[in-house]
Write a protein that binds this ligand. Structure first.
Ligand SMILES: C[S@@+](CC[C@H](N)C(=O)[O-])C[C@H]1O[C@@H](n2cnc3c(N)ncnc32)[C@H](O)[C@@H]1O
Length: 213
């Protein structure tokens, strides 16, 4: 396992912020690998045809595409601080961007490039574990949601997994923390959200924490 540590550090850094040539491979890889996780999260978000939705840490833009299919009369925005990911997400969603049904912006969770109360729904899939100040980030999500807006935060690796020690060791090598469901609930509550609860995906160990503004 120790032989793989440098490789895992590189992979971890690319998951955190894809960049350069290697970063260019991350979008297609994550679009493929995260599709089931994305679909599960979307099921929990109760998206309506006229929903206005934000995907934070949108990566290669697959989740944006999936959500835009449901919000047929709505609007989907993606934001990511990786320029490579912004370019890929824009390319993947070019038709919807042209029709002004989708927008993808460069931006950081610490200062989202959107007005207060812009969205009915927000999600972050496999991104939250990289936020340096998770509660401050959630407060920023709270700011851009409309009253009664819903946030869904999904993490495939978490402290609820059966084989948690194995994943905890790998996450440590890749330099990101794992959270338990109760920790997610506490952070969402501290950021101001109510009706906070978490879901676990049977047989997968995925965690999705949901809260309402
Ligand atoms: C593991 S990827 C997941 C991408 C996509 N959500 C998916 O499921 O395929 C994490 C993404 O979050 C983005 N990200 C991480 N920290 C961020 C931050 N502080 N602000 C904006 N984006 C961030 C990264 O650039 C990367 O594209």
């Amino acid at each position: 396992m120790n032989n793989f540590v440098p490789l895992m550090r590189v992979f971890g850094a690319q998951c955190r912020k894809p960049s350069g040539l290697l970063g260019g491979l991350m979008g297609p890889l994550m679009n493929w690998r995260h599709k089931p996780l994305s679909r599960w999260t979307i099921e929990l978000m109760d998206i309506q045809p006229h929903s206005s939705i934000l995907d934070i840490g949108c990566g290669g833009g697959m989740t944006i595409e999936e959500m835009a299919r449901l919000a047929t009369g709505g609007f989907v925005a993606g934001v990511d601080y990786s320029e490579v990911m912004v370019r890929q997400a824009l390319k993947r969603n070019a038709t919807a961007v042209g029709a002004e049904r989708v927008a993808v912006k460069s931006g950081d969770i610490s200062n989202l490039p959107f007005e207060d109360a812009s969205f009915d729904r927000a999600c972050a899939i496999e991104s939250f574990n990289y936020w340096p100040e998770p509660v401050a980030g959630l407060r920023e999500v709270y700011r851009v949601l409309r009253p009664r807006g819903l946030v869904a935060i999904t993490t495939a690796w978490n402290k609820e997994m059966d084989d948690q020690p194995k994943y905890a060791a790998m996450a440590q090598r890749m330099r990101f923390p794992l959270y338990a469901g109760a920790e997610m609930v506490a952070m969402l509550t501290a950021a101001g959200f109510s009706k906070v609860q978490f879901w676990l995906k049977d047989g997968k160990g995925w965690l999705c924490a949901v809260g309402v503004k």
